[in-house]
Design a protein around this ligand. Structure first.
Ligand SMILES: [Zn+2]
Length: 1024
């Protein structure tokens, strides 16, 4: 049967079109119930005996309305919820309202165990309804859901065993209509409560709190229309909120103020007005009299906000007596916030400050964290629902209030929580529990936490992705037909040089002396794009992952390992497909010419850096491969010298590597990493290849080439560093990378050999992030790579582990072979821009995840240990300073204040910790100094300043039983031993226990932003 529906539609250009929609009603849509004999179904989804719930006498199928999916998706995903009929009406509405939730519903439908069945009620003759006159689309859809529920009820009423359907909606009006119609209808709360499962109860999203007489804490947010008008008129400013990592009550946006780009500070709870890190917000500037000086550097004192804990305690005690009654949380009247510690220094210039007046877009996600033990006061074993506070691992996120019945069993665990709302009456956002990950401090739990927190996709590759691998699997070999369009380089003495144990080898090299005295040098890169075709599911997955992520003890691959560690990997003594860059270089390593070609190679040797170095050093070794490495080494040194002469920077990062215990993979030793000459050898040729390829693809795709730039850092980044080194008589000229490079080379203190390295580490932190970009989106002057001192750059040499390189391979192939056909994925500026955005995000996250992994292993290493070490002050904050300990490559905060406990005025028994500053910040000198009064020209008795050498005691605060965030954050505890500062320093208790090291080693991923991307060697490591 065919129904036609015609309506008029106005196009964007103003034309009026008549649109006719055809709507087929069908008789072949089945109910999908296992026991139904009427319908012809091959694979019924709904089981014969579905779920039972105390609220209903009969086993039943659930028919949720749209809002159940939108508001309670976490509940719907729980394993207890099965046998659900997803109406087409509902699915379409969900898709329209939220694509991420739609995707989660689709995932559930695809998951056989969930038994979610999509019923096409809109095409079923028995359930399709026309919209009535005067009926709103919403009402029509609600009615459609009731009609479908009724149809199902009738259709299955005689089945054996007996079953029924239940409509689930939180709309009381809809439930009433359903009941009047003889249907079973229930709210999610009733349904879930009757399940008697505390976990799923906790997963219920909290209802939006209304201002029902509670005291409001925050100002109202302006309406979207009001905000948008205000932004247009210039009254409000728009930006993305970035919260300080040292103080969650201090944030800023970067935006245009009166036509000039600048930062607006937003300080304190009421000015932040419920905005969370990453939210897009509308800000109103405060009057100049309220502007503050640069407040960077105040660390939130964890002991503060005790008042909040007190109020929760009172609330829970009330809750315990009032059983399940919802209780109103008493908010403390006045709270000592960390911002009170922001002392305004008259010497600083005040910065624009603002207040959040509206939220344009929330950026809430799911957060990993833990429950604050201090917020749980009910007796152990109690399953009464209580409000407790949740700390996100990310310190920028405010505490989240969640309601849970499993408070005690969740203590000490890592859990995931989502924010539901942040009403004006609640000091903290209100959220709900999603799931528990495992015990805090456990290596696998903490690894999952760091992957989730850095948005690293780490699921197994799907069957669909794997279906795009070569059918021959491991038996794939180079066939005669592969030689078409390729040069045969199998006879060349190609070799690869990598860290020990490297299995994903994506580059190899060769050199041949030419008759004219020049050299033919080839860089051969794994031909990943032979296997990964544009647009298929495997390609999409790789594009989404963006990069392989290297953790201390494992690797999260971008490509399935059959490709990464086998078919693409340029292992020795097998034939492999490659993309080659071939130069003729003269004796001075200058390029005479360059060409690119697809090829077939057969590497003669896979060497480690050490093996390659030994070959160079061993005069007895005179084979072809070794002679080749010597020539390459000679050329690499010349290339490097020329780069340095051009102003390329040699930066540094405190790199360490762990020795892992063979079976448990626990760290047993940690040491500074040592680089060999051969690391630099490989690096030089990779840089040369990347630059040559960048020129080629830019020539072919001027508007859409995938390139990589590294912007020049603004002067302001160097201010503090310049001030600090001036006292050693050292001048840093950062006007160009060349002058900076020369300044760094000259900055040597004979009495302090580590000074130069330290300076390079600190200079690295003044740098900008290097970024992928689409050539059409920037002017040519901005293409420059500051750190490498080159006018153009890209990534070509690591396609196994970076998706940027995959795109660059495709562009290069199109550039050298006119017969190659390609789609708009290589030419569309918008698409390329979007891809660059994702790759930059993934890249940044991968670096941070790698760093977190090192941090995790550092913590495991320091477990039950206390060490005394030498360190250097590398950053001054207003009430603390940060010390770097080179031996372990770790940093820690030392507070410049002493905790003084004193009884509070109103209650003699509760002691509140207060901070008593011992040292205060002097912005003139960027030092922390003692507070005694000074005569003109007199230096303070005690000072803490940048580059100062100190002795610290390192341990791990892993008191998981403690309250607050202390123990659960497993923070590195750094205490000052020397110099002795009364009130701050401690007496050492170090006991040096030497662990038995049956060590296997592994590398740490390097962290310097400039070098890390290019000195790939350091980043590559493999499972042992
Ligand atoms: Zn049926």
């Amino acid at each position: 049967m065919l129904r036609q529906k015609a309506f008029m539609k106005k196009t964007r250009s103003g034309k009026v079109l008549k649109v006719v929609k055809e709507h087929y009603l069908r008789d072949d849509i089945w109910c999908s119930v296992e026991t139904c004999k009427v319908c012809e179904h091959t694979e019924p989804v709904l089981s014969a005996v579905p779920s039972i719930n105390k609220a209903f006498p009969l086993p039943h199928y659930i028919i949720p309305d749209t809002n159940i999916f939108i508001n309670q998706i976490d509940v719907m995903e729980h394993t207890l919820i099965t046998n659900v009929i997803v109406l087409q009406t509902v699915l379409e509405e969900v898709k329209h309202l939220s694509l991420p939730i739609y995707q989660r519903v689709r995932d559930m439908i695809a998951n056989k165990e969930k038994r979610f069945y999509v019923f096409s009620n809109e095409h079923h003759r028995g359930t399709f309804i026309e919209k009535l006159k005067d009926e709103s689309p919403n009402d029509r859809n609600d009615r459609a859901i009731r009609v479908a529920t009724k149809w199902y009820g009738n259709h299955i009423k005689d089945l054996n065993p007996r079953v029924s359907v239940v409509m689930m909606t939180d709309d009381a009006g809809n439930r009433d209509k359903a009941t009047a119609d003889g249907l079973q209808a229930i709210s999610v709360k009733w349904y879930i409560e009757a399940l008697d499962n505390t976990e799923i109860l906790d997963m219920m999203s909290s209802a939006k709190d209304l201002d029902d007489g509670q005291k409001t804490i925050y100002d109202e947010h302006l309406s979207p229309a009001h905000v948008s008008n205000g932004i247009k008129s210039g009254k409000y400013l728009q930006g993305k909120l970035g919260i300080s990592s040292h103080n969650y009550l201090e944030g800023s946006i970067y935006t245009k103020i009166n036509g000039e780009e600048g930062t607006i500070l937003i300080v304190g709870r009421s000015n932040l007005n419920r905005a969370v890190d990453g939210d897009i917000i509308a800000v109103e500037l405060l009057p100049k009299s309220e502007w503050r000086t640069t407040p960077t550097g105040v660390v939130v004192d964890e002991e503060e906000e005790q008042a909040e804990e007190e109020s929760l305690k009172a609330e829970q005690e009330a809750a315990a007596s009032a059983a399940k009654e919802d209780t109103v949380m008493a908010e403390p009247e006045d709270e000592k916030t960390a911002t009170a510690a922001v002392e305004t220094h008259k010497l600083d210039t005040p910065q624009p400050c603002g207040k959040v007046v509206g939220i344009i877009r929330r950026n809430w996600r799911q957060y990993c964290g833990f429950i604050d033990r201090k917020s749980v006061h009910t007796p152990a074993g109690s399953s009464a629902p209580v409000n407790v506070l949740f700390y996100a691992m990310e310190s920028k996120i405010p505490k989240i209030k969640i309601r849970t019945r499993q408070a005690h069993s969740l203590l000490g665990k890592r859990i995931i929580v989502a924010i539901d709302s942040w009403p004006r009456t609640s000091r903290y956002p209100i959220g709900h529990f999603i799931r528990a990950l495992g015990e805090a401090g456990d290596k696998s739990t903490e690894t999952e936490v760091l992957l989730l927190e850095h948005d690293v996709p780490f699921h197994e590759f799907s069957k669909q992705v794997l279906s795009f691998l070569p059918v021959e699997g491991e038996n794939w070999v180079v066939q005669p037909e592969h030689f078409a369009g390729r040069e045969d380089f199998r006879s060349l003495n190609v070799c690869s040089i990598d860290p020990p144990g490297c299995t994903d080898i994506d580059d190899a090299l060769h050199v041949v002396p030419l008759a004219n005295g020049n050299y033919q040098v080839g860089v051969h890169i794994a031909d990943v794009t032979h296997f990964v075709k544009p647009g298929n599911v495997m390609d999409q997955e790789a594009a989404s992952r963006g990069t392989t992520v290297y953790l201390v003890d494992k690797r999260i691959d971008m490509l399935p390992s059959l490709l990464g560690t086998n078919l693409c990997s340029l292992r020795s003594n097998v034939e492999r497909l490659a993309f080659s860059c071939i130069w003729e270089l003269n004796k001075d390593a200058e390029i005479v010419n360059v060409r690119f070609t697809k090829s077939v190679i057969a590497s003669k040797a896979s060497l480690t850096y050490e093996e390659a170095q030994n070959r160079i050093d061993d005069a007895n070794m005179q084979d072809d491969v070794t002679s080749g490495i010597r020539i390459l080494n000679m050329l690499a040194k010349k290339l490097k010298q020329r780069r340095l002469d051009m102003g390329a920077l040699t930066l540094a990062s405190p790199e360490v590597r762990f020795s892992l215990e063979r079976d448990t993979q626990d760290p047993v030793d940690v040491e500074m990493k040592e680089l060999k000459e051969t690391n630099a050898l490989v690096e030089e040729f990779m840089l040369l290849a990347n630059i040559s390829v960048a020129r080629k693809i830019y020539e072919k795709f001027p508007d859409s080439a995938m390139l990589r730039c590294h912007p020049q850092p603004p002067s302001a980044n160097f201010e503090k560093l310049e001030k600090a080194v001036a006292r050693f008589g050292i001048n840093i000229d950062h006007s160009t990378s060349k002058t900076l490079s020369d300044s760094l080379d000259n900055a040597v203190l004979p009495e302090e050999p580590y000074f130069n390295k330290l300076l390079r580490i600190m200079t690295t932190r003044c740098m900008m992030q290097a970024l992928y970009f689409c050539s059409g989106a920037q002017i040519e002057q901005e293409f420059r790579h500051y750190g490498l001192a080159t006018d153009i750059y890209t990534h070509f040499t690591s396609p196994i582990r970076r998706y940027s390189d995959v795109m660059v391979h495709r562009q290069l192939h199109a550039a050298i072979d006119s017969s190659v056909s390609y789609g708009d994925e290589l030419t569309d500026k918008e698409k390329m821009n979007e891809l660059c955005g994702n790759l930059n995000h993934r890249n940044r996250m991968a670096q941070q995840a790698a760093r977190s992994s090192v941090e995790l292993f550092t913590h495991l290493f320091f477990k039950n240990k206390t060490e005394e070490e030498e360190g250097y002050v590398i950053r001054i904050l207003k009430n603390a300073f940060i010390v770097l300990v080179p031996k372990y490559g770790i940093e820690g905060i030392v507070y410049a204040s002493a905790k003084v406990s004193k009884p509070t005025a109103d209650s003699g028994e509760t002691a509140s910790a207060q901070s008593q500053p011992i040292l205060v910040y002097n912005p003139e000198t960027d030092c922390l100094q003692s507070t005694e009064p000074l005569a003109e020209g007199e230096t303070p008795k005690t000072q803490v300043q940048l580059f100062q050498k100190v002795m610290v005691q390192i341990s791990i605060d892993d008191d998981l039983k403690g309250g607050g965030e202390g123990g659960m954050r497993q923070k590195l505890k750094m205490e000052l031993l020397k110099p002795w500062i009364e009130g701050i320093s401690v007496h050492g208790i170090a006991n040096k226990d030497d662990p038995e090291a049956h060590a296997v080693t592994s590398n740490k991923r390097e962290e310097a932003p400039v070098q890390a991307q290019d000195k790939k060697r350091a980043g590559k490591r493999t499972k042992i």
